[in-house]
Design a binder for this molecule. Structure first.
Ligand code: NAD
Length: 436
């Protein structure tokens, strides 16, 4: 099938590459010229495990192309997927719909034969109606259906998730659109669960799912707080809880709070959207407030291990919002560093993949290291903020030579506690009473 993807970012690019790998002809369009130039000349613009080889293969065989020209992508397409950003409005925290609306206006005039316009971006209920109205206004004779096609991929696992989806949700109000989507996803027929629902249900499923996962993270963080005071161990508690199939093991890892480009914005958007319908989502509102507070608490926790909280050297390991990605948007690590910078400018940071993105957000206020041990030189406290595999394998003997004081604050509970203590480190993690 011929597919146009509008927006070639963390969702649009892996989706385009995945669809090309399945044999479709994909044209990705983006208004960011630098991004399109890079991709057209074979340079990837994001880091995702497994993306590079599939990208190269499908660029070479001509199944995926990149352009800034909407017409080139949309006119021949059977399906146009909108994957532009829906960032939070800076004041209201609602989803900012300007990019979605602009994309709808821009694509409308180029629709030719029957086309399915699929909204892949995470959008408030009723967006499908708005997109439909915009297209109808610009191009009254166009033959099209607008569907909701929420994206559930996890950054860092985008390629894995594309080929192994838990479910494919299609919010379509016509049989014709449903048939087109069945054809597109035919390769997944016996591999996953398909859910064909009303467009408004589909739009809600995405927000409801992300809000639920955010609440689950908040819940285990509250349990970790309790364990720290009560003498229980959160790892054991989470393990015991997770064995209950009604609860499940996933998202029971305590940490510095959730972050990333989705959970913070989607919980806020869900809460704001509900208010418009006169519904107060108390659990979600509390989760949002407490998650924000948690990051400030974590900054305080790290600083408390310095001999002088204003000047002692802090080594920060990890800036991406989670392991496996270079994405620093709304990263708890970035918020924690910013909080610490308010009182202490003596911070050195390291991340295996996210340093370039972090630099754009932190500018020159911190020192940047090119490896773990350089970051830890003369540090009084080593803070682990992202769950990168490299940090699980720290060489404590080597580390001991670099640090000034042997304090590790592990906000991801990934460091080998036994080894750290054996090598003379004071080890502090989340959800245990004391370090030793
Ligand atoms: P992104 O910022 O990485 O990419 C969006 C791209 O759209 C940018 O490259 C931008 O230049 C482009 N764009 C904006 N307006 C355009 C226009 N009119 N024409 C052409 N290109 C345009 O965003 P993302 O992380 O890929 O997220 C996209 C959507 O998918 C959001 O709604 C997000 O909530 C949702 N989502 C994201 C993830 C994730 O893991 N990042 C997962 C599921 C859903």
């Amino acid at each position: 099938m011929k597919i146009a993807i509008i927006g070639t970012g963390y969702v649009g690019l892996p989706t385009g590459v995945g669809l090309a790998e399945l044999g479709n002809e994909v044209v990705c369009v983006d208004k960011d010229e630098a991004k399109i130039n890079a991709l057209s000349s074979g340079k990837l613009t994001i880091f995702e495990d497994g993306l590079a080889e599939l990208f190269e293969k499908n660029v070479q065989n001509g199944r995926i192309k990149f352009t800034t020209q909407m017409k080139e992508a949309v006119a021949p397409a059977d399906i146009v997927m909108i994957a532009v950003g829906t960032p939070p409005h800076p004041f209201t925290k609602e989803a900012d719909m300007q990019y979605i609306h602009a994309a709808a206006y821009e694509l409308a005039e180029y629709l030719t034969d029957y086309t399915v316009v699929a909204v892949k971006s995470t959008v408030p209920v009723g967006t499908g109606d708005d997109v439909e109205a915009i297209i109808r206004k610009v191009n009254p004779t166009a033959d099209f259906d607008v569907i909701s096609l929420p994206e559930f991929l996890r950054e860092g696992f985008a390629i894995h998730d594309f080929f192994n989806p838990d479910r494919i949700v299609v919010g379509a109000n016509t049989d014709k659109a449903r048939e087109v989507m069945k054809k597109l996803y035919q390769p997944f027929e016996n591999k996953t669960q398909f859910l064909f629902v009303k467009r408004r249900s589909s739009e809600t499923i995405k927000y409801a799912s992300n809000a639920f996962l955010a609440m689950k993270i908040h819940y285990i963080n509250e349990m970790a707080n309790f364990c720290e005071k009560s003498g229980a161990d959160i790892k054991e508690v989470a393990q015991g809880m997770g064995l209950d199939s009604r609860i499940g093991k996933k998202f029971l890892n305590p940490g510095p709070g959730y972050g990333g480009s989705c959970f913070p914005k989607d919980t806020n958007a869900m809460a704001q959207m509900a208010k418009k319908y006169g519904v107060h989502l108390n659990l979600i509102e509390t989760t949002i407030a407490k998650n924000d507070e948690r990051k400030a608490e974590m900054a305080e926790r790290i600083l408390s291990h310095l001999s002088d909280r204003n000047h002692g050297r802090v080594a920060v390991l990890g800036l991406a919002f989670k392991g496996g990605t270079d994405d620093c948007r709304e990263s708890p690590a970035m918020d924690i560093v910013r909080d610490m910078l308010k009182v202490n400018k003596n911070i050195c940071v390291y991340d295996p993949k996210a340093l370039d993105n972090a630099r754009k957000l932190l500018i020159e206020k911190v020192d940047y290291a090119t490896d773990i041990y350089q970051a830890c030189k003369d540090a009084e406290v080593v803070a682990v903020l992202t769950e990168w595999e490299d940090f699980r394998n720290i060489d404590f003997v080597k580390l001991k030579h670099e640090v000034l004081c042997s304090n590790i604050v592990d906000l991801r509970n990934i460091i080998n506690q036994e080894e750290a203590i054996k090598n003379g480190f004071n080890y502090y993690c989340i959800g245990q009473t004391s370090q030793n």
